[in-house]
Design a protein. Structure first.
Length: 233
């Protein structure tokens, strides 16, 4: 995982490290884990987190401002929380701010609108790390939910509305949005992040959607979000 020889490899690493770190956070306090084992894992996560940040810091193109940056940011902040590395925590939070600052009054992300027929999908994909970062940042005393006039709330509202009716994205992009496979409804793994948001900002509409899909899980943000955020009590 530390030998990245291509840009695509680095982008894949940027998503994968978050899953590793978030999984570790769930078992970090297990009595059976020896201090030596924990140190080895945390040293490794810190190396990966720094590598993810360094790779993205070299990226001056669109990829450095769109969902790629947010996923790298999630990896960094997750590794930072897992290892107590404040620099990684701040870098991850700042990565989310890059996205949050772009959220328009109508709840869209301009760079993801450029995906044309996949604009809805990429808005959903970008929302996932942004919400996960915001929740991790909240545990560190950083309120990203409030930034840019509560921009994340606008983004979530726009994305959730599009699951049942993609017409807004079709009108603004001029492209018919790609349908979801199977029964045409959004797959549960695509809305695992909504379980996080619902636990902090309860909404009857979001609850109704989640209730039809639970349990919802995504390996990129730590696994079973229903277990962690809905059934936690």
């Amino acid at each position: 995982m530390t030998d990245m020889r291509s840009q695509q490899a680095s982008l894949n690493q940027g998503q994968a490290v978050a899953g590793f770190a978030l999984a570790y956070l769930q078992i970090r306090n297990a009595p059976a884990l020896a201090k030596e084992q924990k140190k080895r894992v945390e040293d490794w996560l810190k190396v990966l987190g720094r590598q993810v940040a360094a790779s993205m810091d070299k990226n001056r193109g669109t990829s450095g401002k769109n969902n790629h940056r947010y996923w790298n940011g999630l990896s960094a902040i997750a590794a930072g929380v897992a290892t107590g590395d404040k620099w990684l925590i701040d870098w991850g939070a700042d990565s989310a701010r890059i996205g949050i600052s772009q959220i328009a009054p109508d709840g869209t992300l301009p760079l993801e609108l450029k995906r044309a027929q996949r604009a809805r999908d990429y808005h959903t994909f970008a929302t996932e790390p942004l919400i996960a970062i915001a929740e991790l940042a909240h545990t560190q005393g950083i309120d990203l939910y409030a930034e840019n006039k509560h921009a994340l709330a606008r983004l979530v509202s726009r994305v959730v509305e599009s699951f049942g009716d993609p017409s807004f994205f079709e009108k603004i992009t001029g492209s018919k949005q790609e349908p979801y496979p199977g029964d045409g409804s959004v797959p549960g793994y695509r809305i695992a992040w909504l379980e996080i948001y619902q636990s902090r900002f309860p909404s009857p509409k979001n609850e109704a959607l989640l209730a039809t899909k639970r349990p919802v899980a995504s390996s990129g943000i730590g696994g079973d979000m229903t277990l962690l955020f809905h059934d936690k009590d």
